[in-house]
Write a protein that binds this ligand. Sequence first.
Ligand code: URA
Length: 210
Amino acid sequence: MQQVTLIKHPLIQHKLTLIRKTETSTAKFRALLKEVSLLLAYEVTRDLPLKSELIQTPIAQMYAPVLAPEKKLVIISIQRAGQGILDGMLELMPSSRVGHIGLYRDPKTLIPIEYYFRVPNDIEKRDVLVVDPMLATGNTAVAAVERLKSTNPQSIKFVCLLAAPEGIKHFCESHPDVQIFTAAIDEKLDENGYIIPGLGDAGDRMFGTK
Ligand code: URA
């Protein structure tokens, strides 16, 4: 499981429990997902390189750390549920570029079908964070990362809220070079590809479509 980072921060775990609850309203679900995503972004970017810059404080000059400018991020949201994580991450990293991949799961085969793909032109110079709240079968995540690899970014990380063991296995077998960050690993999938106990359909809960 070296490829999987389980983020156990107490604030994330507490908020995740609230997100899971059936009685959590659409508005609250959205707000919590944004908060958790901001915290996830904090963990996922721990390895960003710093450089020293000479600055003037009111008291003295000093060399102070700033983010190395050559490290450029792009957050790629897998539609539609990825939007929830994207919003939180942009709050923390407002200069990040953004891409979108539209993939939906065929309800019978659970196979992902691409209907939209738009990423920054200079993606080969950027480090990619692919975001989707749910790593369920892994089919969508695997297809999204495969598509992104064809654009030759500097690196790719996959960030989700919840993962199923089946999805992790499928993803790790398909993309052993891509690190997964998740706040929880649940028990298993049901026969419809939903995560048990999970939180239901992330898109429906976020947008109130059911
Ligand atoms: N997608 C969701 O939104 N929920 C699941 O449980 C699985 C996939």
